[in-house]
Design a protein around this ligand. Structure first.
Ligand code: IVH
Length: 688
């Protein structure tokens, strides 16, 4: 009886685990948006393997244990791998590595073994097939047997040679071979890309690995080419040449001109392997890329072949994964941060804790839902994790350690500033907002932004000074910065403010009046208007009046500007207090139009096409439509997406769409590519 119950329980749990893991796999591989950490995934996965081992009759056909990774995407050509792309078994303890070595020794009847240890790069696996020294194709792992042909994307990566160096091995040229490697993105590049996306109001990537794997599976090569992809190779196969050592293969990969791992080490003993693992335990945080562990491989290729593989993992290699960088610490308080747009973000104030290379005392809690879903409470001991996400996060409270008097966290009703206005959360918004325009906290952030280097660049006006000026009721708005000259005496009388400091500050304020229009526009702090968007707006509208009188459609018809950004700009300029600020700033001499010398700077823009709009349709043979649009913009014109009676030119390439028809109907000047090239060259000539 007992075993029947056990069987029913196991079936229930297996069903649960299969469904959950399949859901997590889909989120991870197809959507590039992981729902749980690798560690949590591996734990569930191990539990499923164990249950399936004990109950082979309950194994479901759709169990994730049968698959290696994702199903290949449909849009790419499918490629059947000559040799399956295997995965690696994971271990978390030294004892498991010892077991691995014991198993190898047993199978090899106690032959001597040595190892190669390498970092386990956290990216997306690829395989590169070379024939006759030339890259024949590149493919993703896919399901391990069939992958996607991503050659077009891979050849945008500069470090991948299309033709390899001539390398001899045992007197035979290495000309037909397959290399396996990982595509990844550096942490610094990842942060920069996300910074730019935030500026543009786009969704952020979860971590460098998802960005890398998402990128190589992007169908638009141009997007791929813009992303700083890195490649590292760690495995070489050749059926024509008899290779002998894994470590030596890394040197061969380098000689071929392919990027090989720089951190590989030959380990003669198991102790060497442990030393390698220990060395990288903390040192990994100094790297500008993420690793998710160490790979230990039997060095001798003949021995590798003898050991072979079981289902989806080789028996000659194993991964050692470091436990996640987690620590427990006290959540002292939850404070609120008010951004310059009024968005309120809860922040965890932590008992400082050293984690993964730095001391952490604060972490974002994102929004109220994040706190509520995890039931995080002030006074809790919480788990802090620094994982693939780069920025530390609060995983969960340790409920066992919670004292009974700790109450659930309720989001404050009022803004933490002294006005204490009621916070508002609208339908569909994740954040609460402070909508009080006089809120000093918003003001502080707005001023910090306004004076920052890429905006008005008011040197010496740091966070502390801004806070003092606001607290002492000296400034109430951005415009008051320019009235500070009249308040010289009250400034000097402020604690610790000498005459020199005040003079320097006033000088810097005066100097800021020379900042160009694009900096001024950026300084206004319009939501989604970063440096790039500000530049584009200046190029198109030339001055604030034409931007103010533009319709939402006028703004969104600019190539790089989407509806969301356009609405934000439009709404900002419809608000009378914003217009008041603009008018005030304009009166005191701040620039609200592009300088003539900017117009005439040959590296910048010309006005040959000023007021002209271009529509492109069909494939151009000498350049992409985006590049053509850029040239038009450089010459002062504008690209729009649709043909109207106001369109100046329609440029028609191969296989044009309906825009061509429309242009004919509306009698718009139609140019073929050659005519277009002549027109831009003529403009350039005149212009130079
Ligand atoms: S060797 C037969 N070496 O980790 C498998 N793999 O989780 C040989 N990986 O499929 C793999 N860095 O995509 C190897 N230095 C390294 C690696 C590495 C990252 C990836 C690879 C592998 C996966 C397993």
């Amino acid at each position: 009886m007992e075993s029947l119950f056990e069987n029913i329980d196991s079936k229930k749990r297996i069903d649960e685990l299969v469904d959950l893991l399949n859901k997590y796999n889909e989120a991870y591989y197809q959507k590039n948006d992981p729902l749980i950490s690798d560690y949590e995934y591996d734990k569930l996965y191990q539990e499923l393997i164990e249950l399936e081992r004990k109950n082979p009759d309950l194994v479901r056909t759709d169990s994730p244990t049968h698959k290696i990774g994702e199903e290949p995407l449909r849009e790419f050509r499918q490629i059947e791998h000559k040799i399956p792309l295997l995965s690696l078994a994971n271990t978390y303890t030294i004892a498991e590595i010892e077991d691995f070595v014991r198993r190898c020794k047993e199978s090899l009847e106690n032959e001597e073994i040595t190892f190669t240890a390498d970092l386990k790069y956290d990216g997306a696996a690829i395989t590169l097939v070379y024939e006759d020294f030339r890259l024949k194709y590149a493919a993703t792992r896919g399901n391990g047997i069939i992958g996607d042909d991503i050659t077009q994307n891979i050849i945008t990566i500069k470090s991948i040679p299309l033709v390899v160096n001539k390398v001899m091995y045992n007197k035979t040229p290495l000309k037909n071979f397959e290399v396996r490697g990982e595509v990844y993105i550096k942490e610094s590049d990842f942060l920069e890309i996300n910074r730019q996306r935030e500026e543009q109001g786009e969704k952020l990537f979860a971590n460098p690995r998802n960005l890398a794997s998402g990128t190589i599976k992007t169908l638009d090569r141009k997007v791929v080419a813009q992303r700083p992809l890195q490649v590292v190779c760690y495995h070489l196969y050749s059926d024509k040449v008899e290779l002998s050592s894994q470590f030596e293969n890394y040197q061969l990969i380098k000689q071929l001109g392919l990027p090989a791992s720089n951190y590989v080490e030959k380990c003669l003993t198991l102790e060497d392997v442990f030393n390698y693992i220990n060395k990288w335990k903390d040192k990994r945080f100094e790297l500008d890329f993420q690793i998710d562990g160490i790979v230990v491989k039997i060095d001798n290729i003949k021995q590798q072949e003898k050991l072979g593989a079981i289902s989806k993992t080789p028996r000659w290699a194993i991964a050692f994964k470091y436990p996640p960088n987690r620590k427990e610490t006290l959540l002292r308080d939850i404070t609120l941060q008010v951004g310059r747009t009024g968005a309120v973000t809860p922040v965890a104030e932590l008992e400082p804790v050293f984690l993964a290379g730095s001391t952490i005392s604060r972490a974002t809690l994102h929004n109220y839902d994040y706190i509520r879903e995890r039931d995080i409470r002030i006074g809790d001991i919480v788990i802090v994790e620094k994982g693939g996400e780069v920025i530390p996060k609060i995983v969960a409270p340790v409920v066992k350690k919670r004292s009974p008097d700790i109450k659930p966290y309720i989001f404050p009703e009022f803004c933490p500033c002294k006005i204490k206005s009621r916070l508002i959360r609208s339908e569909g918004e994740a954040n609460y907002y402070c909508i009080e325009p006089r809120c000093p906290w918003q003001l502080r952030r707005r001023i910090e932004h306004f004076v920052s280097r890429d905006a008005m660049n008011i040197e010496g006006m740091g966070e502390k000074i801004i806070q003092t000026l606001i607290e002492n009721n000296i400034i109430f708005s951005i415009v008051d910065i320019y009235d500070l000259t009249e308040k010289r005496d009250s400034l000097i009388s402020l604690e610790n403010w000498g005459e020199k400091k005040v003079n320097n500050l006033l000088k810097a304020i005066e100097k800021s009046k020379n900042q160009p229009f694009e900096n001024v526009l950026y300084a206004l702090g319009i939501r989604f208007v970063g440096k790039t968007v500000a530049k584009i707006l200046c190029r198109h509208f030339k001055n604030i009046d034409s931007l103010i009188s533009a319709t939402k459609e006028d703004i969104s018809s600019i190539y790089e500007i989407g509806d969301k950004i356009a609405s934000s700009i439009y709404d900002f300029l419809k608000n009378s207090s914003n217009i008041e600020i603009i008018n005030h700033l304009r009166k005191i001499g701040i620039k609200f139009s592009v300088d003539n010398d900017v117009d005439n700077d040959p590296t910048n823009i010309s006005d040959k096409f000023a007021g002209k709009t271009f529509v492109f349709t069909g494939e151009l043979s000498t350049m992409t439509r985006t590049d053509a649009a850029k040239i038009v913009e450089k010459l002062g014109g504008r690209e729009t997406k649709s043909v109207s009676k106001n369109t100046s030119y329609v440029v028609v390439g191969e296989n044009p769409g309906s825009k061509f028809q429309k242009a004919k109907e509306l009698n718009i000047t139609i140019l073929n590519e050659e005519e277009f090239l002549k027109l831009i060259n003529k403009s350039n000539e005149n212009y130079n």
